[in-house]
Design a binder for this molecule. Structure first.
Ligand SMILES: *Cc1c(COP(=O)(O)O)cnc(C)c1O
Length: 353
């Protein structure tokens, strides 16, 4: 290999494998927790875009977007808000802000892979604590022990969790919040699909993260962090000044003005999730876990074979086999349109008889 690369690229970066996203092609795409629905507002949206001042820098504080988000996500006035280019960028800002020699980022496992990946990229030490392997609840004793031992600067809890789909117990999270010396981030990416939230519970060391990605707006790249003003003021210093571009700002404001449409789609997805879950359960040889998200985790005898055969038939889901020992032969399917779900179930039944 090129010596300059081996000499100068940090070993942690050289050892990383980049986050891999497969080419969707023409597939029925049920792999990435996207909302499958179109909307009939395209003409109106395009009209709004005509006023986009691309010659100007965007509003660095994205005030209008924030105002809309505050309203639809019911963010208390006492909480400050920062926006990110997707919540991925917010995770990176948090890691950059709380990083330092020997600083620890801690999360339960299996959970969202970006926590570990971003810790490694910024040079923070990562500690993963196994969940209970049967139902993926928090192992409270193990978490509290790890927190006492490692004194983490940052703890990430996805609520509900990805890729397991469940909510952690409130008492477990409260114990973690009390024990953590640094900040606990509650990642509520799947808030549209559950009734539970930490948004209105105010703690001095808790930040709540949301995104519009699972709300039909994954292409916008827009996430938000809400929490006490004193913390956010510091984190905001690592934000690049114009991180939410003009087109995203205009489109977000437009989309959130039509929030009713998104809510209706979300309700439909929640209802279809229940159907999909029941149908999956009825297939012999399939183990299914309950879900508070827009995806379902399930296990089959040979996940890779099922994944590949579905793919051959033009249906793309996510194979979790090999990503964590607890996810052996695990697959994750995003709830699609009723037609997509039917096509998926039909193909699955034929593959595993
Ligand atoms: C999908 C997901 C996100 C989304 O991040 P964006 O960058 O906003 O698209 C964040 N956290 C979890 C747990 C997720 O599953």
């Amino acid at each position: 290999m090129n010596n300059a690369i081996t000499d100068w690229i940090r070993p942690e970066i050289q050892q990383l494998s980049a986050y891999h996203v497969p080419e969707p092609g023409e597939a029925i795409k049920l792999d990435a927790m996207e909302n499958p629905y179109q909307w009939d507002l395209i003409d109106k949206w395009l009209q709004t875009l005509q006023s986009a001042a691309l010659n100007r820098y965007p509003d660095p504080a994205a005030r209008e977007v924030k105002q809309q988000l505050r309203a639809v996500m019911q963010i208390p006035d006492t909480m400050e808000v920062i926006l990110g280019n997707g919540s991925d960028e917010l995770i990176q800002m948090l890691a950059l802000t709380l990083n330092g020699k020997g600083r620890i980022l801690l999360a339960p496992e299996p959970s969202f892979v970006m926590y570990r990946l971003i810790a490694q990229v910024v040079g923070m030490q990562y500690v993963g604590v196994p969940l209970n392997p049967n139902n993926f609840s928090l192992d409270r004793v193990a978490m509290l022990d790890a927190i006492k031992t490692h004194q983490p600067a940052l703890v990430f809890l996805a609520y509900p969790n990805n890729p397991t789909g469940n909510l952690f117990a409130l008492e477990d999270i409260e114990a973690i919040i009390e024990t953590t010396p640094g900040v606990v981030v509650i990642d509520e990416a799947y808030a549209p699909f559950t009734d539970k939230s930490f948004m209105s519970r105010e703690y001095s060391n808790v930040l709540v993260m949301r995104t519009v990605s699972k709300l039909r707006l994954a292409g916008l790249r827009l996430g938000l962090l809400a929490g006490p003003q004193d913390w956010l003021e510091q984190i905001d210093k690592t934000r690049l000044p114009y991180n939410i571009n003009v087109l995203s700002q205009i489109s977000a404001v437009f989309a959130l003005q039509h929030y009713g449409v998104l809510e209706k789609q979300t309700r439909q997805i929640r209802a279809d999730r229940a159907d999909l879950l029941e149908q999956l359960k009825a297939i012999r040889g399939v183990q299914v876990w309950p879900s508070e998200t827009n995806f379902i985790l399930f296990r089959v005898a040979d996940a890779l074979a099922v994944f590949n055969e579905l793919k051959k038939q033009g249906i793309l889901i996510k194979c979790l086999h090999g990503s964590h020992p607890f996810l052996e032969n695990g697959l994750r399917v995003t709830v699609g349109t009723p037609e997509e779900n039917r096509a998926f179930l039909q193909a699955l039944r034929e593959i595993i008889v």
